[in-house]
Design a protein around this ligand. Structure first.
Ligand SMILES: Cc1cc2nc3c(=O)[nH]c(=O)nc-3n(C[C@H](O)[C@H](O)[C@H](O)COP(=O)(O)O)c2cc1C
Length: 273
């Protein structure tokens, strides 16, 4: 298929309808073709492939150039098994050739402050935590795009937050760091191809000048149908996305243990003032 056809097909898969927009360059094609990959073949992930991805991550914007994030590559099979168990027994964590663990990392600036004997009390505020999460996420997503452009597949692992202290211990994290999510990386196993998952229509999430939810009900019911067809095609239970999504936020019990995150963060050195 030509690049133009690939791009238009990815748009169709993403929104369930065609576009007449002029087609952009190859980067956006690769981004629109994103799908989470949870099965990998046995090709190893080379160091140089990872280095390009980390360079892409470090090329992302970062608040005030503070670079308040770090990343750990885990390849050790036993450590992966333990991290898989800590993140809700996710098989793909155990099987991935590499797991990148993305950290909010204020320990570096804390150390720098100590070295030059300057206070670093600003780190203790919720604002700094938020900066760290935003920086880590921007970096990680740049890496994801770079890895996918090189033919690899990824899936984020929010399960890394189920037991933050045990994860911190496993990874030898210093105080003022937090594993915000993991990312399994590997070459997609052609025996288990993943498909492009549809998203809400742009009208539901893309506002002009001021917030406007007036078309939301229509967009959501269209999306529920689109997701039902997707689940049918995947031979999975057909359940309206709106129900499934709301179920994920019904109460603390639906947060996979992460309703205790504030207390865990406090223990990891984040005062969150
Ligand atoms: C921060 C974050 C955490 C996620 N955590 C997990 C996870 O723990 N396990 C998993 O299998 N997928 C996880 N995902 C993948 C999402 O389920 C997936 O991106 C979503 O269903 C959309 O599917 P797609 O990525 O194939 O388009 C996570 C995604 C993000 C962005």
């Amino acid at each position: 298929m030509s690049l133009q056809k690939d791009t238009l097909a990815a748009w169709q898969a993403r929104y369930g309808e065609a576009t007449t927009l002029p087609t952009p360059g190859p980067l956006i094609t690769s981004m629109l073709q994103h799908r989470s990959v949870r099965a990998y073949d046995d090709r190893p992930v080379d160091e140089h492939t990872l280095s390009w991805a980390i360079a892409a991550a470090q090329s992302a914007s970062t608040s005030s150039n503070l670079q308040a994030w770090s990343v750990i590559a885990v390849r050790d099979r036993e450590r992966l098994a333990r991290l898989a168990q800590l993140s809700g027994n996710q098989r793909h964590v155990q099987q991935a050739p590499v797991l990148l663990v993305w950290l909010v990392d204020w320990s570096r600036l804390r150390r720098l402050g100590q070295a030059i004997q300057m206070p670093t009390d600003g780190i203790d505020y919720l604002e700094s935590y938020t900066v760290g999460v935003a920086d880590a996420a921007l970096a990680a997503q740049n890496a994801a795009v770079a890895l996918e452009a090189q033919g690899l597949g990824i899936v984020y692992i929010g399960g890394m937050r189920n037991q933050p202290q045990a994860v911190a211990e496993e990874l030898g994290l210093p105080s003022d760091t937090f594993a915000v999510f993991g990312m399994c990386v590997g070459y997609p196993d052609p025996a288990y191809p993943a498909d492009i998952k549809p998203r809400l229509a742009q009208s539901a999430i893309f506002h002009q000048e001021r917030y406007d939810a007036s078309n939301e009900a229509h967009a959501v019911s269209t999306y529920d149908q689109l997701m039902s067809s997707f689940q049918h095609q995947q031979q999975r239970d057909e359940r309206p996305w709106s129900n499934v999504a709301v179920e994920r936020v019904t109460g603390p019990e639906s947060l996979s243990g992460r309703h205790l995150l504030r207390a865990a963060l406090n223990k990891l050195g984040f005062a969150l003032r």
